[in-house]
Write a protein that binds this ligand. Structure first.
Ligand code: FNR
Length: 183
């Protein structure tokens, strides 16, 4: 059976460059891997009062993560950190205490920005969170993608050859990392 990757994109806007990057990455994966987007745009704001009575959306989120062999985070940088919508999703699936869906799931972190630092600071903040959640996270290669208009076409193809090669290598390393931790 295939290795299932849950893809969490930290932007919920329609024309997200990070969603385009996520689509491109799925297309560069070795055979035997399937990628499914995790829906986070309809989650309520996390409130600990509701830990015992999770909404259907929160149950869906946790079931999706629990059924995956690995998690791919593709995040923008908002004000030098991760977007609130991403942190909200992470917090939801981490609770109730002791019942986190994230624990032990191998993770990859990548992201894009229009700016030259390519979401580096958001990714570094995210790594801190994932370390606490006990998610083994691919260390190298790092990938800070400066996204220029047209980098990924409508079919999810990377149009710049050097970037395509770099992302392909990144994906191969991530895939191998997930396999290593699959047990
Ligand atoms: C940004 N953006 C941004 N870019 C960056 O490189 N560093 C940053 O700290 C920020 N901060 C920031 C805050 C907020 C509230 C917004 C809306 C945007 C720009 C950001 O990289 C750009 O909007 C991307 O296109 C967002 O990613 P998606 O939504 O296209 O995936």
């Amino acid at each position: 059976s295939s290795t299932k990757i849950a893809v969490v994109v930290g932007s919920i806007r329609k024309d997200s460059i990070n969603r385009k990057l996520a689509l491109a990455l799925a297309g560069l994966a070795p055979s035997g891997f399937t990628f499914e987007d995790v829906r986070i745009d309809d989650l309520p704001l996390y409130n600990q009062d509701h830990d015992g009575t999770p909404s259907e959306q929160v149950k869906r989120l946790k079931t999706h993560i629990a059924g995956a062999n690995g998690v791919l985070f593709v995040t923008p940088e908002y004000n030098r950190s991760i977007p609130g919508v991403l942190k909200n999703a992470i917090d939801h699936a981490s609770r109730p205490y002791g019942q986190s869906a994230w624990a032990g799931k191998p993770a990859g972190v990548i992201g894009a920005s229009g700016g030259a630092i390519g979401s580096a600071l958001a990714q570094q903040h995210l790594r801190n969170v994932l370390a606490y959640l006990d998610m083994p996270t691919l260390g190298q290669p790092e990938a800070f993608v400066q996204f220029k208009e047209g980098l990924v076409d409508a079919h999810g193809k990377v149009t710049v050859e050097a970037t395509q090669k770099f992302l392909q290598t990144w994906m191969e390393k991530f895939a191998a990392f997930v396999k290593l931790h699959q047990g």
